[in-house]
Write a protein that binds this ligand. Structure first.
Ligand code: ARG
Length: 362
């Protein structure tokens, strides 16, 4: 039976599976937006040494498990609400994590942490590949239970048909840390990765080895995804490597925005137009506990022509406009303070489109 009251867009918006996302750029229908509410400073561990800004180390040592600064947090939460309003204004469904108490200390038989962190960066923790939600085995001890805030969402997606793939729970004993001969902060003791070290290009994923992602973890994911997907390791020139999404940003098929110094050309991007992002505009004195100002290029694609960009990153807005994109400006500098921007704080659970092939892999 036809439904005459159907919205004119109804055909274009035909129903999709509960979870369906293969790329970083296909038209966005539903997205998880993280929450920084109740967030605490991470308890210090040596493996953070090479990834966090110098100024953050003494703070984490001293204040691990203590609440993040209230004023900055409030400003960041308001910016997150602003992002939610913009996304909803574009007809995108937004879902949020549960409130959990991040101040509760926890431990295993082998170690303890003075608290958790936050539920602000679902991109770090979860990965959607097609109809599957993958839970990453995080290597920072304070992030061991971070997924709890997202569990009711994951269960709901599972009940509606999604596949649910938690990686093997890591033990995070001392053997994992201390660095191998290769200079990484994590050894090959057991599989670990953060989901944000991967980017999705249809049937192909690209990943960087980092101070939170080891080869064992990459191999686990490759085998879990099976022969239908390819996982290519790309080199990046980032001595502080943790999360690839301020280094490479695929914005549409054939269009790759890159960090001008960290990008190392790779044959998978043969045929792609690669453009360097202009330098960030963030003032030098801006408080940054987790990351560099290059999260300016951590944009979120609403579709292959539309990107959400920080309002004050005018050089980037100009560069992207010139490249043919429509930029949606959103204030987000206070969120930067806590480790990321639009790509980090989101997890796109539903995008249109299917498993295409976009990369030059054999
Ligand atoms: N998913 C994320 N949290 N990404 C943020 C990556 C930031 C990157 N490590 C930098 O400092 O430039």
């Amino acid at each position: 039976m036809t439904n005459d009251a159907r919205h004119p867009d109804a055909r274009a918006r035909a129903p999709l599976p509960a979870v369906n996302s293969y790329t970083e750029w296909d038209p966005l229908r539903e997205v998880v937006v993280g929450s920084l509410l109740g967030g605490v400073f991470p308890d210090w561990q040596e493996s953070m040494e090479r990834v966090v800004p110098d100024a953050a180390r003494p703070v984490f040592r001293e204040l691990g498990g203590a609440p993040l600064p209230a004023g900055l947090l409030k400003a960041a939460e308001e910016e997150l609400e602003g992002l939610v309003a913009v996304l909803e204004g574009h007809g995108i469904t937004v879902v949020r994590p549960d409130a959990v108490d991040h101040e509760v200390p926890f431990g295993t038989p082998h170690w303890s942490a003075r608290g958790g962190l936050y539920a602000g960066m679902p991109r770090d923790l979860l990965m959607v590949v097609g109809d599957a939600i993958i839970e990453a085995p995080m290597s920072w001890r304070c992030r061991h239970h971070e997924v709890d805030a997202f569990r009711s969402l994951i269960k709901s997606y599972f009940r509606r048909g999604a596949r649910w793939l938690p990686a093997p729970r890591p033990q995070l004993t001392d053997e994992l840390y201390g660095g191998g001969a290769d200079g990484w902060a994590v050894t090959e003791f057991e599989p670990v990765f953060d989901a944000a070290d991967f980017l999705r290009f249809g049937r192909d994923l690209v990943v960087q080895r980092s101070h939170v992602t080891n080869d064992f973890g990459i191999d686990w994911l490759r085998r879990a995804l099976g022969p239908g997907f390819g996982v290519t390791v790309v080199e990046t020139d980032d001595p502080h490597a943790m999360h690839i999404d301020a280094t490479l940003a695929p914005l549409a098929p054939g269009k790759l925005l890159v960090h001008p110094e960290r990008y190392v050309p790779h044959e998978v991007f043969a045929g792609w137009e690669v453009r360097p992002a202009p330098p960030p505009t963030l003032p030098r004195e801006w408080p940054m506990y987790f990351c560099s100002p290059w999260v300016s290029m951590n944009v979120l694609s609403l579709d292959p022509e539309t990107v959400v960009v920080e309002r004050q990153e005018q050089p980037l807005i100009e560069a992207l406009t010139e490249w043919g994109f429509r930029c949606v400006p959103v204030d987000f500098r206070h969120v930067y303070t806590f480790g990321g921007s639009f790509h980090c704080v989101t997890l796109d659970t539903v995008r249109e489109g299917g498993p295409g092939r976009y990369l030059g892999v054999p």
